[in-house]
Design a protein around this ligand. Sequence first.
Ligand SMILES: NC(=O)c1ccc[n+]([C@@H]2O[C@H](COP(=O)([O-])OP(=O)(O)OC[C@H]3O[C@@H](n4cnc5c(N)ncnc54)[C@H](OP(=O)(O)O)[C@@H]3O)[C@@H](O)[C@H]2O)c1
Length: 309
Amino acid sequence: MANTMLSQSAFRKLGNTGFDVSTIGFGTWQIGGGRWKSGSADECVGLLHQALDLGINIFDAAVVYGQYHDERKYPQSRSQEILGQAFQDRRDRVFYCVKVGQFDEYSHRSHFDANRLVDQVKQSLRRLRTDYLDICLVHAPSLADVRRGVAIEILRTLQALGLVRAIGYSFEAEPEHVRAALEQRVDVIMLQYNLIDTHCATVIQEAQAHGVGVLVGGPYKRGYLCGRFSSLEDLPQEDDYWRWNIQYNSGKVVETLDKVRALMNDHRSPAAFRGHALRFVLTCPGVCSAIVGHRSADELRENLSHSRG
Ligand SMILES: NC(=O)c1ccc[n+]([C@@H]2O[C@H](COP(=O)([O-])OP(=O)(O)OC[C@H]3O[C@@H](n4cnc5c(N)ncnc54)[C@H](OP(=O)(O)O)[C@@H]3O)[C@@H](O)[C@H]2O)c1
Protein backbone atom coordinates (compact mmCIF):
# COMPACT_ATOMS: atom_id res chain seq x y z
CA MET A 1 0.00 0.00 0.00
CA ALA A 2 1.23 3.52 -0.80
CA ASN A 3 2.51 5.68 2.05
CA THR A 4 -0.62 7.14 3.57
CA MET A 5 0.97 9.40 6.16
CA LEU A 6 -0.07 13.03 5.86
CA SER A 7 2.73 15.28 4.60
CA GLN A 8 3.59 18.69 6.07
CA SER A 9 1.54 20.36 3.33
CA ALA A 10 -1.57 18.51 4.52
CA PHE A 11 -2.10 21.01 7.35
CA ARG A 12 -3.96 24.29 7.06
CA LYS A 13 -4.42 27.33 9.29
CA LEU A 14 -7.82 27.21 10.95
CA GLY A 15 -8.86 30.81 10.33
CA ASN A 16 -7.28 33.12 12.89
CA THR A 17 -7.20 30.56 15.72
CA GLY A 18 -3.48 29.88 15.35
CA PHE A 19 -4.23 26.15 15.02
CA ASP A 20 -2.64 24.18 12.16
CA VAL A 21 -5.14 21.40 11.54
CA SER A 22 -4.82 18.33 9.34
CA THR A 23 -6.84 18.56 6.13
CA ILE A 24 -8.41 15.22 7.03
CA GLY A 25 -9.97 15.13 10.48
CA PHE A 26 -11.59 12.35 12.47
CA GLY A 27 -15.33 12.46 13.25
CA THR A 28 -16.25 10.20 16.15
CA TRP A 29 -20.00 9.86 15.71
CA GLN A 30 -19.58 6.48 14.02
CA ILE A 31 -17.09 4.96 16.48
CA GLY A 32 -19.15 6.25 19.42
CA GLY A 33 -21.62 3.43 18.91
CA GLY A 34 -25.07 4.76 19.79
CA ARG A 35 -26.87 4.73 16.45
CA TRP A 36 -23.92 3.06 14.71
CA LYS A 37 -22.59 -0.45 15.12
CA SER A 38 -19.15 0.06 16.55
CA GLY A 39 -16.10 -1.97 17.56
CA SER A 40 -14.97 -2.48 21.15
CA ALA A 41 -13.50 0.47 23.03
CA ASP A 42 -10.02 -1.03 22.61
CA GLU A 43 -10.48 -1.34 18.84
CA CYS A 44 -11.68 2.26 18.61
CA VAL A 45 -8.75 3.49 20.72
CA GLY A 46 -6.39 1.59 18.39
CA LEU A 47 -7.96 3.28 15.37
CA LEU A 48 -7.60 6.72 16.97
CA HIS A 49 -3.93 6.06 17.79
CA GLN A 50 -3.35 4.99 14.21
CA ALA A 51 -5.02 8.19 12.96
CA LEU A 52 -2.76 10.34 15.14
CA ASP A 53 0.33 8.41 14.05
CA LEU A 54 -0.64 8.96 10.39
CA GLY A 55 -0.89 12.72 10.90
CA ILE A 56 -4.52 13.45 11.82
CA ASN A 57 -4.64 16.00 14.62
CA ILE A 58 -8.26 17.19 14.77
CA PHE A 59 -10.92 15.04 16.39
CA ASP A 60 -14.59 15.97 16.38
CA ALA A 61 -17.12 14.87 18.98
CA ALA A 62 -20.47 15.95 20.40
CA VAL A 63 -22.09 15.28 23.73
CA VAL A 64 -24.78 13.31 21.87
CA TYR A 65 -22.44 11.09 19.80
CA GLY A 66 -22.65 7.60 21.24
CA GLN A 67 -25.16 8.72 23.83
CA TYR A 68 -26.18 6.35 26.61
CA HIS A 69 -27.66 6.78 30.08
CA ASP A 70 -25.72 5.64 33.13
CA GLU A 71 -27.21 3.94 36.20
CA ARG A 72 -28.29 7.38 37.56
CA LYS A 73 -30.06 7.98 34.19
CA TYR A 74 -27.52 10.71 33.45
CA PRO A 75 -26.64 11.09 29.72
CA GLN A 76 -23.09 10.10 28.81
CA SER A 77 -21.12 10.20 25.56
CA ARG A 78 -19.17 7.13 24.50
CA SER A 79 -17.36 9.04 21.71
CA GLN A 80 -15.87 11.42 24.28
CA GLU A 81 -14.98 8.64 26.71
CA ILE A 82 -13.09 6.79 23.96
CA LEU A 83 -11.23 9.96 22.96
CA GLY A 84 -10.27 10.60 26.59
CA GLN A 85 -9.01 7.04 26.92
CA ALA A 86 -7.03 7.30 23.67
CA PHE A 87 -5.32 10.64 24.13
CA GLN A 88 -4.99 11.34 27.85
CA ASP A 89 -1.20 10.96 27.51
CA ARG A 90 -0.99 12.77 24.15
CA ARG A 91 -3.29 15.70 24.86
CA ASP A 92 -0.87 18.31 23.50
CA ARG A 93 -0.83 16.61 20.08
CA VAL A 94 -4.57 16.79 19.36
CA PHE A 95 -7.22 19.43 18.79
CA TYR A 96 -10.62 18.57 20.23
CA CYS A 97 -13.69 20.03 18.56
CA VAL A 98 -16.77 19.52 20.76
CA LYS A 99 -20.39 20.37 19.96
CA VAL A 100 -22.75 21.25 22.78
CA GLY A 101 -26.42 22.12 23.21
CA GLN A 102 -28.19 19.02 21.91
CA PHE A 103 -29.38 16.49 24.46
CA ASP A 104 -30.91 13.65 22.44
CA GLU A 105 -29.08 11.72 19.70
CA TYR A 106 -32.35 10.62 18.04
CA SER A 107 -34.53 13.72 18.03
CA HIS A 108 -31.63 16.21 17.88
CA ARG A 109 -33.52 18.28 20.45
CA SER A 110 -31.46 21.10 21.93
CA HIS A 111 -31.45 23.69 24.67
CA PHE A 112 -29.00 26.54 24.72
CA ASP A 113 -29.53 27.84 28.24
CA ALA A 114 -26.47 28.65 30.36
CA ASN A 115 -26.94 25.80 32.85
CA ARG A 116 -27.05 23.13 30.17
CA LEU A 117 -24.16 24.53 28.12
CA VAL A 118 -21.90 24.98 31.13
CA ASP A 119 -22.76 21.51 32.43
CA GLN A 120 -22.14 19.93 29.01
CA VAL A 121 -18.76 21.64 28.71
CA LYS A 122 -17.77 20.52 32.22
CA GLN A 123 -18.89 16.94 31.57
CA SER A 124 -17.03 16.95 28.23
CA LEU A 125 -13.83 18.03 30.01
CA ARG A 126 -14.24 15.20 32.51
CA ARG A 127 -14.89 12.54 29.84
CA LEU A 128 -12.05 13.80 27.64
CA ARG A 129 -9.74 13.88 30.70
CA THR A 130 -8.59 17.40 29.95
CA ASP A 131 -8.97 20.90 31.36
CA TYR A 132 -9.67 22.76 28.10
CA LEU A 133 -11.47 22.25 24.79
CA ASP A 134 -9.69 23.54 21.69
CA ILE A 135 -12.91 24.27 19.81
CA CYS A 136 -16.42 24.40 21.25
CA LEU A 137 -19.39 24.80 18.90
CA VAL A 138 -23.09 25.46 19.40
CA HIS A 139 -24.64 22.33 17.89
CA ALA A 140 -27.18 22.86 15.08
CA PRO A 141 -29.08 25.92 16.36
CA SER A 142 -32.06 27.35 14.49
CA LEU A 143 -31.61 30.63 12.62
CA ALA A 144 -33.56 32.36 15.39
CA ASP A 145 -31.19 30.89 18.00
CA VAL A 146 -28.18 32.16 16.06
CA ARG A 147 -29.66 35.65 15.75
CA ARG A 148 -30.55 35.68 19.45
CA GLY A 149 -26.84 35.15 20.13
CA VAL A 150 -27.32 33.87 23.69
CA ALA A 151 -25.52 30.54 23.27
CA ILE A 152 -22.44 32.06 21.67
CA GLU A 153 -22.24 34.64 24.49
CA ILE A 154 -22.17 31.80 27.02
CA LEU A 155 -19.37 30.09 25.11
CA ARG A 156 -17.54 33.41 24.97
CA THR A 157 -17.65 33.59 28.77
CA LEU A 158 -16.22 30.05 28.97
CA GLN A 159 -13.54 31.16 26.51
CA ALA A 160 -12.65 34.13 28.74
CA LEU A 161 -12.35 31.68 31.66
CA GLY A 162 -9.90 29.54 29.64
CA LEU A 163 -12.11 26.46 29.46
CA VAL A 164 -12.39 26.65 25.66
CA ARG A 165 -9.92 28.16 23.22
CA ALA A 166 -12.03 28.81 20.12
CA ILE A 167 -15.80 29.08 19.72
CA GLY A 168 -18.38 28.95 16.96
CA TYR A 169 -21.28 27.05 15.45
CA SER A 170 -21.98 23.73 13.79
CA PHE A 171 -24.59 23.83 11.03
CA GLU A 172 -25.98 21.65 8.29
CA ALA A 173 -25.87 23.03 4.72
CA GLU A 174 -27.41 26.36 5.78
CA PRO A 175 -25.89 29.47 4.16
CA GLU A 176 -28.26 31.88 5.93
CA HIS A 177 -27.21 30.51 9.33
CA VAL A 178 -23.56 30.95 8.38
CA ARG A 179 -24.15 34.58 7.33
CA ALA A 180 -25.91 35.33 10.62
CA ALA A 181 -23.02 33.75 12.52
CA LEU A 182 -20.47 35.84 10.61
CA GLU A 183 -22.11 38.98 12.02
CA GLN A 184 -20.94 37.83 15.45
CA ARG A 185 -17.45 37.26 16.83
CA VAL A 186 -16.79 33.58 16.07
CA ASP A 187 -13.59 31.65 15.42
CA VAL A 188 -14.77 28.46 13.71
CA ILE A 189 -17.78 27.18 11.77
CA MET A 190 -18.49 23.56 10.97
CA LEU A 191 -20.94 22.95 8.16
CA GLN A 192 -22.00 20.41 5.56
CA TYR A 193 -20.62 20.68 2.07
CA ASN A 194 -20.26 17.73 -0.29
CA LEU A 195 -20.99 16.63 -3.86
CA ILE A 196 -24.75 16.79 -3.16
CA ASP A 197 -25.04 19.64 -0.64
CA THR A 198 -23.18 22.45 -2.40
CA HIS A 199 -25.16 25.51 -1.22
CA CYS A 200 -22.44 26.69 1.20
CA ALA A 201 -19.63 27.20 -1.35
CA THR A 202 -19.98 31.01 -1.34
CA VAL A 203 -20.37 31.44 2.42
CA ILE A 204 -17.29 29.28 3.01
CA GLN A 205 -15.30 31.94 1.16
CA GLU A 206 -17.07 34.68 3.11
CA ALA A 207 -16.07 32.95 6.34
CA GLN A 208 -12.48 32.75 5.12
CA ALA A 209 -12.55 36.50 4.40
CA HIS A 210 -13.68 37.08 8.01
CA GLY A 211 -10.76 34.99 9.34
CA VAL A 212 -13.14 32.24 10.45
CA GLY A 213 -11.90 28.65 10.14
CA VAL A 214 -14.25 26.29 8.26
CA LEU A 215 -14.50 22.59 9.06
CA VAL A 216 -16.61 20.43 6.76
CA GLY A 217 -18.46 17.64 8.55
CA GLY A 218 -19.28 14.53 6.55
CA PRO A 219 -17.63 14.79 3.11
CA TYR A 220 -19.28 11.44 2.25
CA LYS A 221 -22.68 12.58 3.57
CA ARG A 222 -22.98 9.86 6.26
CA GLY A 223 -21.63 7.37 3.72
CA TYR A 224 -24.07 8.01 0.85
CA LEU A 225 -21.09 9.21 -1.19
CA CYS A 226 -18.80 6.29 -0.35
CA GLY A 227 -19.70 4.54 -3.62
CA ARG A 228 -21.18 1.42 -2.02
CA PHE A 229 -24.88 2.29 -2.02
CA SER A 230 -27.04 2.64 -5.10
CA SER A 231 -30.34 1.25 -3.81
CA LEU A 232 -32.19 0.76 -0.52
CA GLU A 233 -31.06 -2.89 -0.39
CA ASP A 234 -27.40 -1.81 -0.27
CA LEU A 235 -27.80 0.19 2.95
CA PRO A 236 -26.26 -1.46 6.02
CA GLN A 237 -29.17 -2.62 8.18
CA GLU A 238 -26.85 -3.33 11.10
CA ASP A 239 -26.68 0.40 11.77
CA ASP A 240 -29.64 1.81 13.61
CA TYR A 241 -29.01 5.09 11.76
CA TRP A 242 -29.85 3.50 8.39
CA ARG A 243 -32.68 1.31 9.71
CA TRP A 244 -34.37 4.35 11.24
CA ASN A 245 -34.01 6.42 8.06
CA ILE A 246 -35.33 3.63 5.83
CA GLN A 247 -38.32 3.23 8.13
CA TYR A 248 -39.21 6.88 8.76
CA ASN A 249 -37.53 8.85 6.01
CA SER A 250 -37.56 6.54 2.99
CA GLY A 251 -38.70 9.19 0.46
CA LYS A 252 -35.65 11.33 1.24
CA VAL A 253 -33.35 8.29 1.26
CA VAL A 254 -34.53 7.18 -2.21
CA GLU A 255 -34.21 10.72 -3.55
CA THR A 256 -30.61 10.93 -2.25
CA LEU A 257 -29.72 7.51 -3.68
CA ASP A 258 -30.99 8.67 -7.09
CA LYS A 259 -28.60 11.63 -6.92
CA VAL A 260 -25.74 9.36 -5.82
CA ARG A 261 -26.32 6.97 -8.77
CA ALA A 262 -26.16 9.83 -11.24
CA LEU A 263 -22.92 11.12 -9.71
CA MET A 264 -21.28 7.69 -9.60
CA ASN A 265 -21.77 7.02 -13.32
CA ASP A 266 -18.59 8.79 -14.38
CA HIS A 267 -16.24 6.91 -12.05
CA ARG A 268 -14.40 3.70 -12.74
CA SER A 269 -14.63 2.32 -9.18
CA PRO A 270 -16.14 3.14 -5.77
CA ALA A 271 -12.67 4.11 -4.52
CA ALA A 272 -12.20 6.54 -7.43
CA PHE A 273 -15.61 8.04 -6.61
CA ARG A 274 -14.63 8.47 -2.94
CA GLY A 275 -11.39 10.18 -4.00
CA HIS A 276 -13.41 12.57 -6.15
CA ALA A 277 -15.87 13.27 -3.31
CA LEU A 278 -13.11 14.03 -0.81
CA ARG A 279 -11.08 16.20 -3.17
CA PHE A 280 -14.25 18.11 -4.11
CA VAL A 281 -14.44 19.24 -0.49
CA LEU A 282 -10.73 19.85 0.06
CA THR A 283 -10.32 21.97 -3.07
CA CYS A 284 -13.17 24.31 -2.16
CA PRO A 285 -11.49 27.65 -1.28
CA GLY A 286 -11.80 28.35 2.44
CA VAL A 287 -12.16 24.75 3.64
CA CYS A 288 -9.56 23.98 6.33
CA SER A 289 -10.35 20.34 7.13
CA ALA A 290 -12.78 17.60 6.11
CA ILE A 291 -14.02 15.70 9.16
CA VAL A 292 -14.48 12.08 8.06
CA GLY A 293 -16.22 9.24 9.91
CA HIS A 294 -13.48 6.61 9.41
CA ARG A 295 -14.72 3.28 10.75
CA SER A 296 -11.75 1.01 10.10
CA ALA A 297 -8.00 1.12 9.50
CA ASP A 298 -8.57 0.38 5.80
CA GLU A 299 -10.97 3.30 5.44
CA LEU A 300 -8.61 5.58 7.33
CA ARG A 301 -5.62 4.75 5.14
CA GLU A 302 -7.59 5.07 1.94
CA ASN A 303 -9.09 8.41 2.95
CA LEU A 304 -5.66 9.80 3.76
CA SER A 305 -4.35 8.66 0.39
CA HIS A 306 -7.21 10.53 -1.38
CA SER A 307 -6.25 13.74 0.38
CA ARG A 308 -2.89 13.62 -1.39
CA GLY A 309 -4.14 12.50 -4.80
N1 LIG B 1 -22.16 19.89 11.36
C1 LIG B 1 -21.92 18.93 10.54
O1 LIG B 1 -21.77 19.23 9.43
C2 LIG B 1 -21.83 17.50 10.96
C3 LIG B 1 -22.97 16.76 10.92
C4 LIG B 1 -22.84 15.45 11.19
C5 LIG B 1 -21.59 14.91 11.51
N2 LIG B 1 -20.49 15.68 11.59
C6 LIG B 1 -19.15 15.15 11.94
O2 LIG B 1 -18.56 14.67 10.74
C7 LIG B 1 -18.24 13.28 10.89
C8 LIG B 1 -18.46 12.54 9.59
O3 LIG B 1 -19.71 12.90 9.04
P1 LIG B 1 -20.78 11.89 8.49
O4 LIG B 1 -21.39 11.24 9.66
O5 LIG B 1 -21.67 12.60 7.55
O6 LIG B 1 -19.91 10.77 7.73
P2 LIG B 1 -18.97 10.77 6.42
O7 LIG B 1 -17.57 11.01 6.88
O8 LIG B 1 -19.50 11.62 5.35
O9 LIG B 1 -19.14 9.27 6.00
C9 LIG B 1 -18.81 8.27 6.93
C10 LIG B 1 -19.20 6.93 6.39
O10 LIG B 1 -18.57 6.74 5.14
C11 LIG B 1 -18.07 5.44 5.03
N3 LIG B 1 -16.66 5.52 4.68
C12 LIG B 1 -15.71 6.35 5.15
N4 LIG B 1 -14.54 6.12 4.56
C13 LIG B 1 -14.74 5.10 3.68
C14 LIG B 1 -13.91 4.40 2.78
N5 LIG B 1 -12.63 4.71 2.60
N6 LIG B 1 -14.46 3.37 2.08
C15 LIG B 1 -15.75 3.06 2.20
N7 LIG B 1 -16.60 3.68 3.04
C16 LIG B 1 -16.09 4.71 3.77
C17 LIG B 1 -18.23 4.74 6.37
O11 LIG B 1 -19.19 3.73 6.13
P3 LIG B 1 -19.25 2.36 7.00
O12 LIG B 1 -19.60 2.85 8.35
O13 LIG B 1 -20.35 1.59 6.36
O14 LIG B 1 -17.92 1.73 6.93
C18 LIG B 1 -18.71 5.83 7.31
O15 LIG B 1 -19.76 5.43 8.14
C19 LIG B 1 -19.11 12.77 12.03
O16 LIG B 1 -18.54 11.65 12.68
C20 LIG B 1 -19.17 13.98 12.91
O17 LIG B 1 -18.01 14.04 13.72
C21 LIG B 1 -20.61 16.98 11.31
